[in-house]
Design a protein around this ligand. Structure first.
Ligand code: NI
Length: 174
């Protein structure tokens, strides 16, 4: 297992559309292990493969609270089959360190996917889990939380993240 590098906005790798996983092989299972380790190390509640530069349709989620036992959920080739209602949730993203913004999502979703053994399952989710599923599913299409923000917030977050990236690379922020 290995903790992998998480790419930050505006890295172009985050905009890649992820490909369907053809078969859940030991290589894919290793990638899932790495994703889980990377998510827990961050720490975060969800991570999509595209965030570590692997354009495959996989994400992992663990919404357990600090005082609850961890519950890793693995979604391979996920499809959101239905959405219901609306809710606004203050979201963060491991690719947007330091950014928390209110985003509008469906309140309830039904998702179909393969688990880490390649077995199909369906899950109905609401609240934080529903938000996380929609957020991570977006990553697989190259859609990021910034795309869901209003024009002003979008500009502020874009500027903040670009300045941060410039500082990190040692270039001038101006
Ligand atoms: Ni994210």
């Amino acid at each position: 297992m290995a903790v992998r590098t998480i790419y930050h906005y505006p890295d172009p790798r985050l905009r890649q559309r992820a490909a369907v996983v053809a078969a859940v092989t030991p290589t894919i299972q290793q990638l899932v292990e790495d994703m889980a380790e990377t998510m827990y190390a961050a720490p975060g509640v969800g991570l999509a493969a595209t965030q570590i530069g692997e354009p495959l349709r996989i994400f992992v989620i663990d919404t357990a609270g600090d005082d609850e036992p961890s519950k890793l959920r693995v979604f391979i080739n996920p499809e959101i089959v239905s959405k219901e209602g609306e809710l606004v949730w203050e979201e963060g993203c491991l690719s947007f360190p330091g950014v928390m913004e209110e985003i509008e999502r469906a309140a309830k979703v039904r998702v179909r996917a393969l688990d880490r053994d390649g077995e199909p399952f369906e899950l109905e989710a609401e609240g934080l889990l529903a938000v996380a599923i929609q957020h991570e599913h977006d990553h697989l299409d190259g859609t990021l939380m910034i795309d869901k923000m209003g024009a002003l917030k979008k500009r502020i977050v874009d500027r903040k993240m670009r300045r941060r990236a410039a500082e990190r690379s040692g270039a001038s922020a101006r």
